[in-house]
Design a protein around this ligand. Structure first.
Ligand SMILES: [Zn+2]
Length: 138
């Protein structure tokens, strides 16, 4: 007989999410160690069997909404794990310096799934970062 589990509505959600992201991170790390991120020997003529399957070139989806309102929204995919993320931002991009040259400050947005930098945006202050089901993948 299994005793009925009393689910705690809010407390139960976070640990589950953490475990899930940990598992996915492990699998993506495995994938990464197997496939070279940036193949450096492109001019190589002799192909070994291991190198036949190159990773497809990745593109990153991104879509802006509500650009004209005070709070804008952007939907994009994480560069690392392709987790779709919606982010709200406000304010204007900040001018800063990049290697001595004036440049717009790029805000790093941390992926809630793999905890790496999902994307860099030249926006103002980032208000929220939320993982969503990808509108680009089926
Ligand atoms: Zn990610």
């Amino acid at each position: 007989m299994i005793p009925p589990l009393r689910s705690k509505p809010n407390a139960a959600e976070k640990p589950q999410h953490l475990e899930k992201s940990k598992a996915e991170r492990t699998s993506s790390d495995k994938r990464k160690s197997k496939l070279p991120q940036q193949p450096k020997q492109q001019g190589q003529l002799t192909k070994s069997d291991d190198e036949e399957e190159l990773p497809p070139e990745r593109c990153q989806h991104i879509q802006f909404f509500d650009c004209n309102s005070s709070v804008g929204r952007v939907i994009f995919e994480c560069w690392h794990c392709q987790q779709a993320i919606i982010s709200e931002y406000t304010g204007e991009p900040v001018m800063g310096e990049y290697f001595g040259h004036p440049s717009l400050i790029q805000v790093k947005i941390q992926c809630p799934n793999c905890e790496k930098t999902a994307i860099r945006l030249t926006t103002g202050e980032v208000l929220s970062i939320t993982a969503i089901p990808s509108p680009w993948q089926q």
